[in-house]
Ligand binder design. Structure first.
Ligand code: M6R
Length: 611
């Protein structure tokens, strides 16, 4: 959460920072602000969206060649002008922005209060900034030294950018747990939470590691660890296109990303799935094939939508590979004392690769000797770098806060992994293996068919948009799809929605059913079909309104349901790749019909870098 941008070089800093903040706004949109350093240090900040800051600074002095900017997802202190970043130090000499949480801020604040400091915000950031300044003044040290000392006392996560009025061309940055990318231009440097604000200026980037401090001037980048030892920056080439982070004619990123899925799934399969010779090429799996095939247990660790992908993968891995699988919420897993044995493999699933809970859960598991396999979308992200091996989902940048194309990318990667492991273990017969390979290869075309005409889904959205609650039900591979459908609806439309295994409904949720409750059944033709037909009847008998995701050609479910969204037939293992698409669209259209900001739903942020 929170997006940070910085620039130092020969160009005007403000337009670069502003554009960068707009690109990073998906990370948090409670407030935004900039600090611009010329001879003077100017700080402008405003509650609300970046556009409100933009309006607010019209006519103000924005001239500077060095600057930093921040878009906030509030943690400490309500969204307000005073809690917006950047913060100024007590003397007014320093300005700082921060992404993360300083957990021991209260004790540090007390020390500073005892020394006579007063605070102008409720944030942990202002505390850290004054702590740094206090050390600088008392020890008569450089800002860099003071920062190093301060960070050794800090518990928590941070990516910070600091400006010092006395050093107008320099930005000092540090990270632990929250991401930072530095773009290297000719006589200029760009800093950001991800590469999206940087790509139009340079393709050469350095991903700063945890516990590193960067001293950045227009023509110099020095990286050091907290022990003051110089580190060699590892320069990487960005593989990202500008067009991919723009809306490209769609009203919202979410809609664009839903419609990109035929292409993104195809990109994910491309170069890996080879139908002609019946192979799956995945470097990360191959390099750890023995560990994976001999795994006693696989533990999937993830949050949110990625956790749902893990649940589907549990069914697939157990079915195809005969390896026991557990799926864990990273936030619970990290605070338990989980039993991790030799022979256990952790599969970490994350779009952003920066989710704090997932990251720490993996660090803990790695310390205990587990093999970590990352299924990550954001190239070069923290989880990707922490993993022993991995496979990228290749879905491209996902900007809409609701995860859509990353989810289907995760499913495609996890299915290929399971097939490859099953083949190596001999737990799948050749006929089924070849059939699944062929069907997986056909998925992008089938997704295209689902997306061809969405007017029916739009009409269903209009019909049910005012419902107060929704129930989503599914069985087997479609049970996690029901959970995902409910999550999508909650976050985009703010309608209360619950996902449940269809058979479990009789143990409680059926009490909710009346003629006002829309019940979404994910009821494609699979081995659970007869059972789910009975579950639909149970709802209809209680006057519930049924919206069904059904298989084309099916007559029974459409005959019972009030409304139907059809998907092409597919093997049940692959069905979620299709059945989730109408649910993504349903939540999108309901959100739009309710006039909500579907790309930036309230209270949320795309990348949850705080626990
Ligand atoms: O980046 P990650 O996949 O690790 O993020 C996990 C969740 O925060 C994320 O899936 C979240 O639930 C989405 N908003 C769901 O649409």
């Amino acid at each position: 959460m929170c997006g940070i941008v910085g620039y130092t070089g020969p160009r005007e800093a403000y337009p670069i920072i502003l554009k960068g903040l707009k690109r990073l706004e998906y990370r948090g949109y409670d407030s935004s602000g900039v600090a611009l350093l010329n001879h003077d240090l100017k700080v402008y900040k405003k509650k609300g969206r970046v556009s409100e800051l933009e309006e607010d600074v019209i006519g103000k002095d924005l001239h500077a060649f060095t600057g930093i900017g921040h878009t906030r997802w509030a943690t400490h202190g309500e969204p307000s002008d005073r809690n917006a970043h950047p913060h100024r130090s007590a003397s007014g000499r320093l300005a700082m922005i921060h992404n993360g949480i300083i957990e021991n801020y209260a004790s540090i604040k007390q020390e500073l209060v005892n020394k006579g400091y007063t605070f102008h915000s409720d944030t942990d950031t202002e505390v850290l900034l004054n702590f740094i300044e206090d050390i600088q003044q008392n020890n008569n040290s450089t800002l860099e030294e003071a920062l190093r000392i301060a960070l050794k006392r800090v518990v928590g996560a941070y990516c910070i950018l600091l400006l010092d009025k006395e050093d107008p061309e320099t930005i000092i940055a540090a990270r632990k747990g929250s991401p930072l990318v530095i773009g290297i231009g000719k006589g200029e440097h760009f800093l950001a939470s991800d590469a999206s604000p940087i790509i139009e200026y340079t393709k050469e980037v350095v991903y700063v590691n945890d516990y590193e401090i960067a001293i950045i001037k227009p023509d110099e980048l020095i990286l050091k660890n907290l022990g003051n030892e110089k580190q060699t920056p590892f320069i990487q080439k960005l593989d990202m296109e500008l067009a991919k982070i723009e809306k490209g004619g769609y009203d919202h990123f979410m809609l664009k990303e839903i419609h990109e899925q035929p292409e993104t799934i195809h990109d994910c399969l491309r170069g890996r799935l080879n139908i002609e010779n019946g192979t799956i090429t995945m470097g990360g799996v191959e390099s750890h094939l023995e560990t994976l095939t001999n795994a006693n247990r696989i533990i999937m660790v993830a949050c949110g939508t990625s956790w749902h992908a893990g649940l589907i993968a549990e069914y697939i891995f157990e079915e195809l590979c005969r390896i026991p699988v557990e799926v864990e919420y990273a936030s619970e897993f990290r605070y338990r004392n989980p039993v991790i044995n030799k022979g256990d493999v952790i599969i970490a699933i994350s779009q952003s690769g920066e989710t704090a809970d997932t990251l720490v859960a993996l660090e803990n598991a790695k310390e205990k000797g587990a093999c970590i396999f990352g299924v990550v979308n954001a190239v070069g992200s923290s989880i990707a770098r922490l993993s022993h091996a991995g496979a990228y989902t290749h879905a491209g940048p996902e900007i809409g806060v609701a995860s859509t194309k990353a989810f289907t990318g995760q499913l495609a990667v996890l299915t290929m992994m399971a097939l490859k492991i099953a083949k190596a273990k001999g737990t799948i017969d050749d006929t089924r293996y070849s059939k699944l390979l062929q069907e997986l290869n056909d998925i992008p075309e089938k997704v295209k068919l689902v997306l061809q005409d969405t007017s029916n889904i739009e009409a269903i959205a209009e019909k049910y948009k005012d419902a107060a609650d929704f129930l989503y039900l599914g069985r087997g591979y479609n049970f996690p799809v029901a959970l995902e459908g409910a999550l999508k609806l909650k976050e985009i439309s703010y309608i209360h929605a619950e996902g449940y295994p269809a058979a479990e409904m009789k143990h409680g949720p059926i009490a909710l059913v009346d003629d006002k409750l829309p019940v979404v059944f994910v009821a494609t033709k699979d081995s659970y079909y007869e059972k789910i037909v009975s579950n639909v009847q149970e709802i209809k008998a209680r006057k519930g309104m049924v919206i069904a995701v059904a298989t084309e050609g099916d007559t029974i479910i459409p005959g019972m349901a009030d409304d139907v969204m059809l998907v092409p037939d597919a093997d049940e293992i692959l069905a979620p790749l299709l059945s989730v698409i109408p649910l993504q669209l349903l939540s999108y259209y309901i959100g739009v019909a309710k006039g909500l900001d579907v790309d930036k739903p309230r209270n949320l942020a795309k990348s949850v870098t705080v626990e």
